[in-house]
Design a protein around this ligand. Structure first.
Ligand code: ADP
Ligand code: GLC
Length: 479
């Protein structure tokens, strides 16, 4: 089976969130299963070319998008594993960051999509499935059903669109339409939207992909409701038989306390001593005092509306004042949320540290060194940090939504079962309940150890999840 992956992020090269982690791990897992995978992403200027090495495989590729002409090269990473291809086109990808609100944002990812399909010709690679991720690759299903029909290598390819986050749709003014080269196929665009002068890439993907998947079973149901459908729930319901939810996996090569290169001391479910050393090292690095028995709450996140941190702003001051616990936060994003965390740090300088930035080693240190981890997301397609937390014995306190609902089971002190504290309603009372339940359980060492061990015993590896993707591919090929 030949599968072509197209996406805008890929760990460890270019990452803003979980999409990168998935792209770094799922193709590799499929490759180990014997699937013939190729991955195509942009060569952003943020990719450290002294750290990663590339060889050139296509010297000159012309990409014509309406009136716009680009010349790209295709380079290939020298890393082991599935072949990873990068589209080198500085005119589009030298912006100092992955995403922009520049006028040509749609062209940056149209170019990626066209480059990926053209690359199949250069490599003589006939994909059985083109696996498209998020809006950046969501026009590919249409390209396959139009231009792809004239290309013997693409004619039989099926498309799978994976939705990692339905709220980012790639909605552009209809004036950008000619850049898609689909002038002769305007009837294939959603006509009501066109009348409103819009083209929506995710929507077109939902209409034309042969299969649609998303990154947890609960989110697969949620996106078919008005509350979480971001305007596309009606179309998703019409295609409900093709919509599946496959929970993301964890790359335990990267995220395991036994082998993590970034943490102060290794530890395991059998021997938790190292975790206390990690906690001390974390607090020391952040300039907070360490006192035995004082719980540390961790947060690592993009600081955006989705993640629901306004609740932390409401609830945490009271909890910090009353219980004396500590809070460490790593993240960057929207200025008001950053300011809220700065304010918390100013008010509780010995209890709170906010590290404003993006730093992978510190993310690992927080997963390892914190006792609890908070994710009050309004919605969460899957979420990876709660699964990392479980493996590091860091008890998750989460809003019961999307993938968070699928991965964190409520702790039951009587049965000794459960892995964390999911709260039902996204409000201050919900988060306060979760934090207080966790903090009071923490005081009972025996109970807490049991809860920690339960979490560490969970297995969310890619080995099983990649098999579920293979089943989806197979179903697409037989339909
Ligand atoms: P999302 O993709 O919505 O951001 P996920 O939980 O799926 O949420 O994945 C987030 C990923 O990004 C995790 O690997 C997390 O550790 C990482 N991450 C988020 N913010 C930061 C940050 N400020 N520094 C380092 N890593 C971060
Ligand atoms: C998105 C979602 C997140 C998910 C990630 C990887 O960024 O917000 O919940 O884990 O994609 O699928």
């Amino acid at each position: 089976m030949n599968v072509l992956f197209v996406a805008s992020e890929l760990a460890p090269f270019a990452k803003t969130g979980g999409l990168a982690d998935v792209m770094g791990a799922l193709p590799a897992a499929l490759h180990r299963n014997g699937v013939n995978v190729r991955v195509v992403v942009p060569l952003y200027d943020t990719i450290d070319q002294t750290k990663f090495h590339f060889e050139r495989v296509v010297h000159r590729m012309e990409l014509n998008l309406g009136q716009h002409r680009y010349v790209a090269q295709i380079v290939k990473s020298t890393l082991e594993g599935p072949p990873l291809y990068f589209v080198h086109c500085p005119a589009l990808y030298a912006r100092g960051r992955l995403y922009t609100s520049d006028q040509d944002e749609h062209r940056r990812f149209l170019a990626l999509s066209y480059a990926a399909l053209q690359l199949c010709g250069h490599l003589d690679f006939a994909p059985d499935v083109v696996h498209c991720h998020d809006w950046q690759a969501a026009l590919i299903p249409m390209l396959l059903k139009t231009f792809g029909q004239q290309d013997r290598r693409l004619r039989r390819a099926k498309s799978l669109l994976t939705i990692h986050n339905l709220n980012y749709q790639g909605s552009f003014h209809a004036m950008t339409g000619p850049d898609t080269n689909l002038d002769n196929f305007t009837h294939l665009f959603h006509q009501d939207l066109l009348k409103q002068d819009r083209i929506n890439y995710m929507l077109q993907g939902v209409l034309f992909a042969d299969g649609i998947s998303t990154v947890s079973p609960t989110y697969a149901k949620e996106i078919q409701t008005e509350a979480h459908g971001a305007g596309l729930d009606g179309l998703l319901r019409q295609r409900t038989s093709t919509v599946v939810g496959i929970l993301n996996g964890v790359d335990y090569n990267e995220w395991s306390p036994e082998t993590d290169k970034h943490i102060a001391a290794p530890f395991s479910a059998q021997d938790l001593a190292g975790k206390e050393a990690c906690k001390q090292a974390l607090l020391q690095q952040l300039g907070l005092p360490y006192r035995q028995g004082v719980p540390v709450v961790g947060i690592v996140s993009r600081l955006v509306w989705q993640k629901g941190f306004d609740l932390v702003g409401e609830v945490m001051p009271g909890i910090l004042a009353r219980t004396g616990c500590q809070l460490v936060v790593l993240g960057s994003g929207e200025p008001p949320i950053e300011e809220m965390f700065r304010h918390l740090q100013r008010t509780f300088p010995r209890q709170v540290c906010f590290f404003n930035g993006f730093q992978n080693p510190l993310a690992h240190m927080i997963e390892a060194g914190a006792d609890m981890f908070v994710m009050p997301s309004r919605y969460e397609p899957c979420g990876l940090n709660q699964m990392y937390s479980l493996r590091y014995g860091t008890v998750p306190i989460v809003h019961k939504t999307g993938g968070l609902a699928d991965t964190v089971q409520l702790w039951n002190p009587r049965s000794g079962r459960g892995t964390g504290f999911p709260f039902e309603h996204h409000d201050a009372a919900g988060l306060r309940w979760g934090l207080e339940a966790a903090l009071s359980t923490y005081k009972d060492r025996r109970q807490w150890d049991r809860l920690v061990q339960n979490g560490m015993a969970q297995d969310y590896g890619w080995a099983q999840q990649s098999k579920l993707y293979e089943l989806v591919y197979q179903r697409l090929l037989t339909n």
